[in-house]
Design a protein around this ligand. Structure first.
Ligand code: ADP
Ligand code: MG
Length: 568
């Protein structure tokens, strides 16, 4: 083939591909434009999964009649003019290519009326070319209608997924922006059905109720007073809502980040948030979080990708640190002891019904409702008096406000976990030499891993010596594991490494050590032993949950007792 310059239509379609990947990308660009125009009401309508029709209407500034055609030109924007402006972007749009891209791969219709203009302007584009223009009545604001998306680009059309999946992507975009802009009233209609409506009250929690439902909203904690000052004099503010450990999801999709109100995705920030929940959530569970990060525009570069969903921070470490600190503090300060009435209520209530649009595969996740209490409950334990042991599993105790039931294994796990961590920090792990060296067999891949970890293991009290290719001689073990199933603890740690689990392996080891050194369920305890266990639990930093995030204590309040016995 000879080299030739592509014609304008093909060029436009190629460029459009970077911005418009699927119907949800069109929705994202149009919603961002409406928000940039200062709209307080935005209505999104979708038919035929967005390949039939996408319509976004707003009550924003509108486009002056004289500029309407320019809006569809590539690199035409009212938001940036000098190179310097790019260093401090405060609008969601700035590349001036969304409308041009959309018009290159669909039929586009625009009806707009700017403030102070008596008449609106209507514009119709086909194949990126102006097809009609006339005056039309409209109140201030803009409506963009996009029809037959990708009809001229069959390759793209072929890659689209099922109607529910495409619609769930769209719902996802609208939901995120509804969370980012609680002062804006959003309405979303999917295939004629009202699917999301936010009040625009300015209250983030109101948005969370509409987007995630009341069950999750009840469990959200507010990030309070979190402003970090940097040496440079700049400051970063982290705000928003984070879920208690009682509400977790099986996917990471319920973690949202908004940087100067732009919805972004970031693996590092997600990781920072998950780390903040460390030891509070069960494995493979993820928190719910809506996190706003505000910092000087000069500290962020949003011009990383045409879709603007990723940003670069000048001072990455400081941003991740600030987010992690704010989330951790919020969760620890406000995580309450679960109450029995809440457990009962949780189980009585039918499973929370999700809005119809949460059907896309990556959006489904079950609410893992562990019990949790009113937010006023302190996270520390009250002084408890042990009454006895039930089914050789639970310690029953009395406190100033009713009964407390403690899971002996979970509670002891928490105690051990903190003990090991503390001893490790002080470099004072208690070691027990074995009278007779024991052998520990591993698989070949495990042997390789183990070899690289021998020194670290020694610091935890495991003295291992290679003895042939797949065998190790064990001469000493951590004292708390003496006489216990320490090979299981070692093996769990190795399995974790082999399965590619990213959790810090030391953390895993500490958790395994805690688990295998803790009293078992089914073990009879004397009153003295139980008292000692409760006393030690009271002294831990986080007595409420075991290291895996399960509760250690349930509370049956005096109130609840009177109610159940009909005394009130
Ligand atoms: P960008 O948002 O990057 O500037 P777009 O192609 O999305 O580029 O939009 C081009 C221009 O059209 C915007 O800069 C803005 O002036 C105008 N515009 C687009 N949508 C709207 C809207 N809903 N309300 C007011 N002005 C709009
Ligand atoms: Mg735009």
């Amino acid at each position: 083939m000879t080299i030739k310059v592509l014609d304008a239509v093909v060029v436009a379609q190629i460029a459009a591909g970077e911005v418009v990947e699927r119907p949800a990308s069109v929705v994202k660009e149009l919603v961002e434009n409406a928000l940039d125009a200062g709209a307080t009401q935005i209505t999104v309508e979708i038919r035929g999964s967005g390949t039939g029709l996408i319509r976004v209407a707003d009550n924003g500034s509108g486009i002056p009649a004289g500029e309407v055609e320019l809006a569809f030109e590539r690199h035409a924007t009212s938001k940036v003019s000098t190179p310097d402006d790019l260093n401090s972007i405060s609008t969601l749009g700035f590349r001036g290519e969304a409308l041009a891209s959309i018009a290159a791969v669909a039929e586009a219709d625009l009806l707009t009326c700017a403030a102070g203009e008596a008449m609106g302007t209507h514009l119709s584009l086909k194949d990126g070319q102006l097809a009609a223009k006339n005056g039309q009545a409209r109140s201030q604001g803009t409506t963009v209608t996009v029809r037959n998306l990708f009809r001229s680009v069959p390759a793209r059309l072929k890659f689209l997924k099922s109607v529910p999946t495409e619609n769930s992507h769209t719902a996802n975009v609208v939901s995120r922006y509804a969370l980012a802009f609680p002062e804006v009233a959003f309405s979303l209609f999917l295939e004629g059905k009202p699917t999301l409506r936010t009040p625009g009250s300015g209250q983030l929690i109101a948005g969370v109720i509409e987007v995630y439902g009341i069950e999750i909203a009840k469990e959200m904690l507010e990030i309070k007073d979190s402003e970090d000052q940097w040496d440079s004099g700049q400051s970063i503010k982290v705000s928003g809502l984070v879920g208690t450990p009682a509400v977790s999801r099986t996917s990471r999709n319920y973690i949202s980040f908004f940087v100067n109100r732009r919805w972004i995705t970031s693996r590092q920030l997600t990781w920072a948030v998950e780390e903040a929940y460390h030891g509070l959530l069960m494995q493979d569970k993820h928190p719910v979080a809506v996190i706003n990060i505000n910092l000087p525009p000069s500290e962020v570069d949003a011009n990383v990708h045409p879709t603007k969903t990723e940003v670069k921070f000048v001072n990455e470490g400081a941003v991740f640190g600030a987010v992690q600190k704010a989330v951790r503090r919020t969760v620890l300060q406000q995580t309450p002891i679960p109450k029995i009435e809440d457990v009962a209520a949780a189980y009585k209530a039918a499973p929370a019904e999700r809005p119809a649009f949460w059907t896309g595969n990556e959006l489904t996740g079950t609410i893992n409702r562990m019990p949790a209490a009113a937010q006023s409950e302190p996270r520390i334990l009250p002084i408890l008096r042990v009454l006895g042991q039930a089914v050789q599993n639970y310690i029953v105790a009395e406190g100033n406000d009713g009964l407390y039931i403690i899971d002996q294994h979970a509670a002891h796990e928490r105690i051990r976990y903190e003990q090991v961590k503390e001893q490790r920090t002080r470099n004072k792990i208690e070691v027990q030499g074995l009278l007779e060296a024991a052998t520990f067999e591993v698989t070949l891949p495990q042997a390789a891993t183990l070899k690289s970890r021998l020194k670290d293991l020694a610091e935890f009290g495991f003295n291992l010596e290679a003895f042939g290719e797949r065998t190790y001689l064990v001469r000493a073990v951590p004292a708390i594991l003496n006489g216990r199933d320490w090979p299981a603890a070692l093996r769990e740690m190795l399995d974790g490494l082999a399965s590619g689990d990213k959790t810090d392996w030391m953390e895993r080891l500490v958790m395994s050590m805690a688990c295998h050194s803790a009293v078992r369920a089914g073990q009879a305890l004397s009153v003295d032993e139980m008292r000692e266990l409760v006393r030690q639990l009271e002294e831990t930093a986080m007595p409420r949950t075991c290291p895996h995030g399960r509760p250690t204590v349930l509370h049956l309040s005096l109130n609840q007792l009177s109610k159940e016995f009909g005394r009130t």
